[in-house]
Design a binder for this molecule. Structure first.
Ligand code: HEM
Length: 341
């Protein structure tokens, strides 16, 4: 019927399904697997687009001067973060499909792509930047943008100049009103008590953890940006640890899911990096990538260094067993429960 929406038009399939032009066909040397190679990369880029859609909406909520933890906003953030995790899992598993292409199949068209490479995926690098990977933390610094076009570099630099999810997380944790206050002067405060219990839980060989405990939770640099090595301030770290320790209380459940979701994102990204790296090794072994880098060496260094939420992961070494946790004052316990109870 005229004017009626049609599946084909809604999805603009004429554009998408006509966007595969294998080089091997153009050069009259048809390589069967090039279609798979193109479709897989396009699929990745579409999922990257969706990941941007999700993270942009999360950043928008978290940028609000006072994100309301008692409103549906926090739930929306957690829900969309979880969606990002599930998409990343799909991206990890897509490598299974690509690995049905053998090194010989790849050789049939590999030289025809040179110097194009997934290394030029600006959407991937922009995503890393939005999550919180800073230029200073990148392996090889300037190298990661060396194969990009000027307009793509601009997109990534813009993302790097804006407040990342990691920075917004720091601000959110710093203003979290639910934890016990930290007043060094007050005797018997929660954090002194916790530190004592932590100390007693350490084996002799772990005693040096105490110095890190002091620096991380009570360090002199009270703001994260006083110390370029840190993204999370001592105040934010105390809030995050408190959330992890007492996540069973109703009001801490969503904050815990938020932290856990970020760790999952790092884990899935890391799984992707390692699977991609191993696949690359299998495909090209010690030859340089189509983008020109030392292939596996670059990918290994990037996989080892590019953890974005490592400071949250690190907090796990400061947990103690549940049965040794300080009992919370009744007033605080009440604040963490359901209002009706
Ligand atoms: C046969 C399959 C593949 C091979 C042999 C391969 C090879 C490589 C190599 C060697 C690098 C290092 C840079 C360079 O090119 O010199 C690289 C980077 C990269 N590739 Fe692939 N790749 C393959 C598939 C994919 C797929 C399907 C994607 C999905 C988008 C992808 C995305 C990336 C990304 C994002 C980087 C940069 C990683 C980072 O900076 O940490 N690659 N690839």
């Amino acid at each position: 019927m005229a004017g009626e929406m049609h599946y084909n038009d809604y999805l603009q399939l004429d554009k998408i399904l006509n966007a595969q032009s294998p080089e091997s066909i153009k050069q009259n040397l048809p390589a069967h697997d090039e279609m798979l190679f193109i479709v897989i990369h396009q699929t990745y880029e579409l999922w990257f687009k969706q990941l941007h859609h999700e993270i942009d909406s999360i950043l928008l909520i978290m940028k609000k001067p006072a994100m309301n933890d008692n409103s549906p906003e926090l739930q929306t953030v957690v829900h969309r973060l979880n969606r990002m995790v599930i998409i990343l899992r799909v991206l990890v598993h897509q490598i299974d499909v690509l690995e049905t292409m053998t090194p010989m199949d790849f050789l049939d068209f590999r030289d025809m792509l040179r110097p194009a490479s997934g290394f030029q995926s600006w959407q991937f690098k922009e995503l890393e930047a939005k999550l919180g990977l800073k230029f200073e933390a990148r392996h090889g610094h300037e190298y990661y943008i060396s194969k990009l076009r000027a307009e793509q570099i601009e997109i990534i630099k813009k993302a790097e100049s804006e407040r990342s999810l990691l920075e917004l997380l720091n601000a959110w944790l710093e203003r979290m009103p639910l934890g016990p206050s930290y007043d060094k002067a007050a005797k018997g405060n929660f954090w002194d008590d916790y530190q004592d219990r932590y100390k007693n839980s350490l084996a002799d060989v772990e005693k040096e953890n105490l110095a890190s405990f002091d620096e991380i939770f009570f360090g002199s640099s009270q703001k994260a940006n006083d110390n370029p090595q840190r993204s999370l301030s001592p105040q934010a770290c105390r809030a995050a640890l408190f959330i992890m320790l007492y996540r069973g209380y109703p009001l801490l459940q969503l904050p815990f899911q938020l932290l856990n979701g970020l760790l999952e994102i790092d884990e899935q990204l890391s799984s992707w990096r390692y699977r991609h790296m191993n696949m690359v090794h299998r495909m090209i072994v010690s030859r340089i990538g189509t983008g020109g880098s030392s292939g596996k060496d670059y990918l290994k260094a990037a996989a080892d260094r590019h953890y974005i939420f490592k400071e949250i992961a690190q907090l796990n070494s400061f947990l103690i067993e549940r049965r040794r946790l300080p009992v919370l004052p009744a007033e605080l316990e009440k604040r963490l429960g359901f209002v009706a109870s």
